[in-house]
Design a protein around this ligand. Structure first.
Ligand code: NZQ
Ligand code: ZN
Length: 390
């Protein structure tokens, strides 16, 4: 049964090969000073930087730059970004990159004029933005698909000293004002990043699916999105410049985490908590931290949510029910998922990401416990799941 909720998503999307052509119009209502935020340089190599700069200049904007945003952006870089935003008197922050760049832009937008330490306030104490804090509006030109950051209020920041990687889901006032989604901009992604993003999408969908025992429309929507993702992932892995497959994957990613399918559902998110803890200790690629821990987690919680795992096996993986127990059906679904993951080339263990047994206690301690799934884990159970993921 759906609970009470309010649904509003204020992000305007421009999708397709011509989407960047709308950038000038999308920026028209904002002030002149634009802080252009980007990552380690991929946009300079593939030409997206030059295209964006030319549109900004011809739109009469003063362009200030904040490059070098690393994958899994850090609290130190956030402090630097706040200084740059203030120095530029930024009226708008334009993020050109993947989830890391978009997340960072949102963090800067709420932190530049925050009197408190933003890491402590937003990520440790999980407080909202104060009503009188000036929020600098953000827009995104997306170049890497997976996180859904282009159409949500999420911002994930890593603090290496504290060995913590924490996401804050901000409200509608922090969502990007617009996002430009051109599937062709993702063609230059290395295959490792492309499939990591595909698994990130898969995990977002599954972590919202594996919760609740009710008859919920969102579960049917998620099954549909999963079908399309599994289908298009196979095509994109064979041919990364297949526009149809890449555009479907881009669109699924946005809908997987723009709050729509979460409405009226409990949602779990424990795989992300495990993955983020692994990430905090290794700085590994986000989607791969999820693929490496998923199956040990799902196999552990399967008995607590067996009926849903059996439904997943039949409706998503086409497992034949005939003559089998519910348990067998559910397990065959996870076996089919494992085969798909291995065929795609995902990282299937945390050892490959740099984790060894001595690190497990620390990672277990850094793992936040969620309560919306089929089993609320203890620290010992988290440790055992991590051990099974080695
Ligand atoms: O830095 P550059 O040079 O741009 O290179 C990036 C980076 O090395 C590269 N890349 C991006 N677009 C490219 C490209 N290379 C060639 N061609 C292109 N078109 O890809 C690498 C990874 O980029 P990154 O932005 O780090 O990846 P992703 O989009 O997966 O973002 C990961 C971050 O998002 C957070 C993660 O925790 C992680 O910190 N997440 C944010 C969420 C949200 N806002 O809701 C939810 C997610 O679950 C996730 O936690
Ligand atoms: Zn994710």
């Amino acid at each position: 049964m759906l609970g009470n909720f309010t649904y509003c998503n204020p992000t305007k999307l421009y999708f397709g090969k011509d989407a960047l052509g709308s950038l000038g119009a999308a920026l028209a209502g904002y002030g002149k000073n634009v802080l252009l935020v980007y990552g380690g340089g991929s946009i300079k190599k593939n030409g997206i930087y030059d295209k964006v700069i030319s549109i900004l200049r011809s739109s009469g904007k003063n362009v200030y730059e904040d490059g070098g945003v690393m994958p899994n952006p850090t609290s130190e870089k956030l402090a630097e970004g706040c200084e740059r935003a203030r120095a530029a008197k930024a009226d708008f922050i334009l993020a050109v990159g993947g989830g890391s760049v978009c997340d960072y832009a949102k963090a800067v937008s709420v932190s530049a004029y925050c009197d408190d330490d933003p890491w402590e306030k937003y990520f440790i104490r999980m407080e909202d933005v104060d009503a009188d804090t000036r929020i600098i509006p953000v827009g995104c030109v997306l170049t890497m698909v997976g996180t859904g950051s282009e159409m949500n209020g999420g911002s994930v920041i890593t603090n290496h000293a504290q060995k913590l990687k924490i996401g804050h889901v901000f409200g509608e006032n922090v969502f990007p004002k617009f996002a430009i989604l051109n599937p062709e901009f993702t063609y230059t992604l290395p295959k490792y990043q492309m499939i990591s993003g595909i698994y990130d999408i898969m995990s977002h969908l599954l972590e919202q699916y594996f919760s609740g025992e009710d008859d919920n429309t969102s579960d049917y929507v998620i099954e549909g999105l999963l079908h399309s993702l599994i289908h298009s992932a196979g095509i994109a892995a064979e041919n990364p410049t297949d526009y149809e497959a890449r555009s479907n994957i881009m669109w699924i990613a946005t809908w997987a985490l723009n709050t729509f399918v979460a409405k009226g559902k409990d949602t779990d998110w424990e795989v992300h908590m495990l993955g983020q803890a692994v990430g905090a200790h290794t700085d590994a690629t986000h989607g791969m931290t999820l693929s490496a821990v998923s199956l040990p987690y799902y196999r552990y919680i399967l008995p607590y949510g067996q009926a849903k795992f059996a439904r997943y096996a039949v409706n998503v993986w086409g497992v034949d029910k005939a003559g089998k127990s519910e348990r067998q059906i559910a397990e065959e679904g996870l076996d089919a998922m494992e085969k798909w993951m291995r065929d795609l080339g995902l990282v299937m263990n945390i050892t490959e990401l740099g984790v060894n047994e001595d690190m497990l206690k620390g990672i277990a301690k850094s793992t936040l416990v969620m309560e919306g799934g089929y089993k609320t884990l203890t620290e010992d159970e988290i440790y055992n799941i991590l051990k099974a993921s080695l």
